[in-house]
Design a protein around this ligand. Structure first.
Ligand code: NAP
Length: 523
């Protein structure tokens, strides 16, 4: 499939006329064809007008129709075949098996949302039937369902060119909720975005949906991105990226005459606690697991283990010694973009100013290759130097050595909000872990035991979220089926005649939903 370098506004392929972006192959440093001229406010206006025109009919598509649309997108992405894999590998520097796996996750995610849509539980139907004889006042007939918020702006993430980009989790969950989507493509992988965008647009057409259900725009965040977030017809935003980008978009959304929710997933250092008995029993194995998790995908995961916390002693010394044996064997890996590589280099330099180097991976052999690095510092230094607490996006991590349990707790209390907190523990650590758990619950969206945080399952129970700055809204998850809840709001229908009610709320329950009927969940 030939790439055109054009945006998609509904079914129309449109050329931008702002400065063009070209993907840079990070493995070679070479710019790639074609050029993608950026859009501007008028393109945003056109896409939003179409999205708004599509909204009322798309949000009332039947559960079966909407599910079929999500499945059609997955089928169309798979039908792109190797062309998609090759382009994504070239644009991101990520290895082929990783991109193949990510395609599987992306299509699996779309199909999971199709199942969720069909099941209809997300409509959360609640019915309190009329009680005309109730004293002292009768009760009206009250029926509640969830409806879609409106058109959603999605910002593709650089580190998941498929699973968190044009047809990734934000888009899939917004479509599932009944929201049209306008994607602002990430400038790091415009060709991948075009291929996937065309797969989505084809599904819109094949499913007979209004064209405004999906648009794909290119251009700068400061122009196209801000125009999207401040456009009155956009009703919510999904974002994964930097803390500064997420904050800028959240502030722009809050400053609107009608503020809207921004679900920004931004920054997390994912603390890992090595409890004494576990460390004593298996310091070496823990170190090997840590190095593997840290260096996977050049460390470019939002759940990368950026902080290791443990109490000083011989067992921790063994852990550190194994890290310093293993890390020097890890190859430097190509990072996603020259910008991300430069940010990594600067972040590592900032860590080096306040902490000692434990070990480094192999030196870079090509452009934009991040060299893995592990640092160590004492808890009192960590607590007093803000740069040690900042996310360094890539394969860098800091070991914080604590004097005792009280200092572990102090470090824990000092942390900002996190996506994950990991506990490595044995039976003899349970009392300590139980004491720390309430603090960790306040800090993180996912607590995991005797595993590593990289690798996020797409399922019903997962939470990929957490208090600020992990995300801008800790009440939500951006991965898993609960992500749909971000794009819904409740509406109550009081004494509305059956003929006017949406089918989900009709007296005969034609969709066979498990309603909450007069306080009882239906079987
Ligand atoms: P980014 O710079 O935040 O960019 C993400 C998207 O937001 C891009 O489309 C960008 O548009 C837009 N954007 C950024 N700043 C904006 C602003 N002030 N106003 C409006 N739009 C804005 O993220 P990135 O390019 O993926 O990577 C940069 C850094 O983000 C990394 O070094 C890393 O620290 C962090 N990051 C974190 C995660 C995570 O999961 N926590 C994931 C990826 C990246 P433009 O391209 O036009 O700027």
């Amino acid at each position: 499939m030939t790439l055109t370098g054009k945006m998609l506004i509904g079914q129309r392929a449109v050329s931008g006329n702002r400065e063009a972006i070209r993907a840079i192959n990070p493995a070679t440093g070479t710019p790639m064809e074609p050029a993608y001229a950026g859009g501007h406010g008028e393109h945003v206006e056109q896409a939003c007008a179409l999205a708004w025109a599509a909204f009322d009919s798309y949000r009332e598509t039947s559960l079966a129709e909407r599910a079929a649309f999500l499945e059609a997108i997955a089928d169309n992405i798979e039908a792109l075949g190797d062309a998609l894999i090759e382009r994504a590998v070239a644009e991101t520097g990520l290895p082929r098996p990783r991109i193949q796996g990510e395609r599987g996750r992306t299509c699996g995610q779309l199909r999971t949302f199709a199942r969720t849509v069909r099941a209809g539980e997300w409509l959360d139907v609640r019915v309190d039937t009329a009680q005309p004889q109730r004293q002292p006042l009768p009760r009206a007939d009250l029926r509640q369902r969830q409806i879609a918020l409106g058109p959603v702006a999605v910002f593709g993430a650089s580190n998941f060119p498929l699973a968190f980009s044009v047809a990734g989790g934000d888009t899939a969950s917004a479509f599932a909720a009944g929201c049209p989507v306008i994607v602002k493509a990430h400038g790091a992988h415009p060709g991948t975005s075009e291929l996937v965008g065309r797969a989505v647009a084809k599904a819109v057409k094949d499913c007979g949906l209004p064209q405004g259900v999906f648009s794909l725009l290119y251009g700068s965040g400061r122009e196209v991105g801000i125009a999207l977030v401040t456009e009155p017809r956009i009703k919510a935003v999904g974002f994964t990226g930097s803390r500064s980008g997420g904050i800028a978009l959240t502030q722009a959304a809050q400053a609107r005459p009608e503020p809207i929710p921004v679900y920004a997933e931004m920054s997390s250092i994912n603390p890992v606690y090595l409890f004494p008995a576990a460390l004593e029993a298996r310091a070496q194995r823990l170190a090997e697991g840590f190095v593997a998790s840290l260096t996977q995908g050049a460390g470019q995961f939002c759940t990368n283990p950026g902080l290791v916390i443990a109490i000083a002693g011989a067992a921790l010394d063994r852990f550190v010694a194994t890290v310093s044996e293993r890390l020097p064997g890890c190859a430097a890996q190509t990072m996603l973009t020259p910008g991300i590589f430069n940010a990594y280099t600067a972040g590592v330099r900032a860590l080096a100013e306040h902490a000692q180097v434990v070990a480094k991976g192999l030196a870079a052999e090509g452009p934009n290759q991040g060299q893995a690095q592990v640092f160590i510092t004492r808890a009192d230094a960590f607590l007093t130097h803000a740069p040690l607490q900042a996310e360094v996006f890539g394969a860098a991590s800091l070991v914080v050595v604590c004097a005792d349990d009280a200092q572990v707790r102090q470090v824990c209390e000092h942390l900002e909000g996190q996506l994950t907190a990991t506990l490595h523990l044995d039976e003899d650590d349970l009392i300590r872990a139980k004491a720390l758990l309430p603090v960790l619950e306040r800090k993180a969206g996912r607590l995991l035991v005797n595993d590593w945080p990289t690798g996020v399952e797409v399922c019903d129970a997962i939470v990929h979220g957490g208090p600020f700055p992990a995300t801008s809204d800790s009440r939500s998850t951006s991965v898993g089926t609960a992500a749909i809840l971000r794009f819904l709001r409740p509406v109550c229908y009081q004494d509305v005649p059956d003929s006017l009610l949406p089918s989900a709320l009709q007296h005969g329950n034609p969709l066979l939903l498990r309603r909450l009927l007069n306080g009882q969940r239906e079987a």
